[in-house]
Design a protein. Structure first.
Length: 88
């Protein structure tokens, strides 16, 4: 036999719950830095017109890779919680 469901007693509070943002201000700053690094890397690769140039073969790809790693770090970054946030 199926069990009868019990209705929850009590009222819900009318106070809106505080919704925490997915990312903080610091996360967005780090993401913007990563996007800027990627853009600079692609610009450096484009501006050097030589196929075998030093900048387009070595420097620009490192900047692009660094930018993508910075974006990944910005997504994973979580600031340390203070003791006042843990208790409340």
């Amino acid at each position: 036999m199926a069990k009868a469901r019990q209705k929850k007693k009590g009222r819900r509070s009318r106070r809106p719950q505080r919704v925490r943002m997915l990312f903080d201000k610091r996360n967005y700053q780090l993401m913007v830095l990563g996007v800027v690094l990627v853009a600079i890397g692609f610009a450096m690769m484009r501006l050097e017109n030589e196929v075998d140039g030093f900048i387009s073969l070595y420097i620009a790809p490192l900047l692009i890779l660094g930018g993508y790693l910075e974006i990944i770090y910005a997504i994973m970054y979580r600031p340390k919680e203070s003791s006042s946030e843990k208790s409340g």
